[in-house]
Write a protein that binds this ligand. Structure first.
Ligand code: ADP
Ligand code: F6P
Length: 498
């Protein structure tokens, strides 16, 4: 992938959401979520086209001119909207994507609803995205498909006879074979992934899991995850095709966050946020409303912390920002209810007339406001039960200009691989261990905080989103070195004899 090739990014969402508010007025909002945060600066930098869904269903009466206006004003790159009907949104997005793949890949199989109609819709909508790409792709374009909603797009593009180089990046974890094998469409999904020229995963564990699934579910004759073309990048040979498979931990535009955090108006806003509580430390959680983020576990740990350490009362204040997400799905609605119940319970039990232990906000914040909040907080608290990477912790570090903040980070995030030395790692299922980690973070000596945060920031600054994208493109274009065969593997083999 040379600098001169144009890229076409394909993701479920465009980087903005168009829709109608309660009063029937059309609104444009920025998309939340790690994918948008990471990809927007990449495309701005390289130009190209972003193909995706603009956030409203085709039955909504929205003026086409508005979409054109958003596009021209936005971005410095082109936008190709893919329209979805209300039915497609229900079956493909809420159904297959978020009631099958999302829970399956995040170790929450109890939430999977394996409906065959979801699968039919997923195939149909993936074909629709592929058709939209085929309309605009030129032969030299590099086509880059993103995330679990669109795994089949590459296969459809091949069926449409596109010869372009096509890559795929999975932003979420790839599950172990015992979990993945539960999916009734496991073979179709794996085979479709092998239609790409390059596949990217967040961590070595995800890549390993994928290889194990290939071995035990598709039984390819030639495969060797140990042969590496470059660090973390292997190649395999399958059905006459060579496929590169690599580990590329995604990141953020460090400078964008850092420079905004350093501005005096951000600093002022951070001071304002602290005004009412100058002596109280802020421990901050920022998460999309999602059962994978461990929000309930954080609250339980904070409640236990307040029980175990009464001397900390009034000295710490937990701000938990929850960003609305996937509101039509029952598991999300229930989670919101349980969070609000627990917040109420903690504040009821421990709160005083001049101290609110937990401040809970359910909304989306403007980027600058979020950055001020990062700056104002002494501790960041990330407790995901499973998370592809988690960009919140990287954003917190980038914004920590005085290098005195502490990061409490779940072992089950992709980011833990990079941050394990300098964050306080927690197992979010271990509520007491997490409660003690809060105490440790609160009382960490200044020299230690500085050293750790400096190291964390060095990692985020050097391995930013441009480092990530270059790594992916290098791996996509490097000359092939070798390809070695091994046995399909011992152990359990799913699906033989069927
Ligand atoms: P996920 O991709 O699962 O949502 P990440 O932690 O990787 O999780 O990314 C979350 C992204 O969403 C971050 O880049 C963050 O800046 C953005 N975001 C989170 N909370 C808000 C908010 N309240 N307002 C706007 N953007 C937010
Ligand atoms: O990074 C994971 C991810 O699922 C993205 O694919 C997605 O855009 C984001 O989180 C937010 O979720 P949603 O698009 O369902 O609102």
């Amino acid at each position: 992938m040379g600098k001169n090739n144009t890229i076409v990014i394909v993701s479920n969402r465009l980087p903005f959401i168009l829709g109608k508010n309660k009063n029937g007025k059309t609104e444009v909002k920025k998309g939340a979520g790690g994918l948008v945060t990471a990809m927007a600066p990449v495309l701005k930098n390289r130009k190209g086209t972003w193909v995706g869904w603009p956030g409203y269903v085709e039955e909504t009466d929205i003026d086409d001119n508005l979409l054109a206006a958003v596009e021209s004003e936005a971005t410095g790159y082109r936008v190709q909207p893919v329209m979805l009907s209300a039915e497609e949104l229900k079956m493909y997005y809420e159904g297959f994507s978020n009631s099958i793949i999302w829970p399956l890949f995040h170790d929450s199989t109890d939430k999977c609803v394996f409906l065959p109609d979801y699968w039919q819709s997923y195939k149909k909508v993936n074909r629709k995205f592929a058709s939209s790409v085929a309309q605009i792709a030129r032969p030299s374009d590099f086509l880059w498909v993103h995330d679990y909603q669109l795994i089949l797009v590459g296969e459809h593009l091949r069926k449409m006879s596109l010869k372009n180089r096509i890559g795929f990046f999975l932003h979420i974890p790839f599950p172990p074979v015992d979990t993945f094998a539960r999916c009734p469409w496991r073979k179709e999904i794996l085979s479709a992934m092998l239609e790409y020229d390059i596949l990217g995963f967040q961590t070595a564990q995800d890549k390993h899991n994928f290889f194990e699934c290939l071995k035990q579910i598709l039984h390819p004759p030639r495969i060797d995850p140990k042969v590496e073309l470059a660090k973390g990048v292997s190649e395999l040979f399958f059905a006459g095709k060579r496929i590169r498979i690599g580990v590329f931990p995604i990141s953020i535009d460090f400078n964008e966050f850092f420079l905004t955090a350093r501005e005096s108006k951000t600093q002022q806003r951070a001071v304002e946020m602290r005004k009412s509580r100058p002596e109280t430390m802020i421990i901050l959680g920022v998460d999309r409303l999602d059962y994978t983020k461990g929000i309930l576990e954080k609250l339980q740990a904070f409640r236990l912390f307040l029980t175990l350490f009464p001397t900390a009362h009034k000295k710490i204040h937990f701000i938990q920002l929850v960003v609305p997400s996937r509101r039509e799905i029952t598991a999300y609605v229930e989670l919101k209810y349980r969070i609000e119940q627990l917040v109420g319970e903690i504040n009821g039990k421990f709160g005083l007339h001049d101290w609110l232990p937990v401040q809970y906000m359910f909304r989306s914040l403007e980027r600058n406001e979020l950055i001020s909040l990062y700056r104002a907080s002494e501790i960041a608290f990330v407790a995901s039960l499973k998370d592809g990477m988690n960009l919140i912790c990287k954003e917190y570090c980038a914004c920590n200009v005085d290098e005195q903040g502490v990061l409490i980070l779940s072992e089950f995030t992709g980011a833990a691989d990079q941050f394990k030395r300098d964050a306080i790692l927690i197992n979010p299922h271990d509520i007491e261990g997490t409660a003690r980690a809060i105490y440790r973070a609160m009382n960490m000596p200044v020299e230690e905080r500085k050293r750790r945060m400096h190291n964390l920031r060095t990692i985020v600054a050097s391995k930013d989103v441009f480092w990530w994208v270059n790594g992916f493109f290098d791996a996509a274009s490097k000359k092939i070195l070798s390809c070695v065969e091994i046995d399909p593997g011992q152990g359990k083999v799913f699906g033989t004899g069927v």
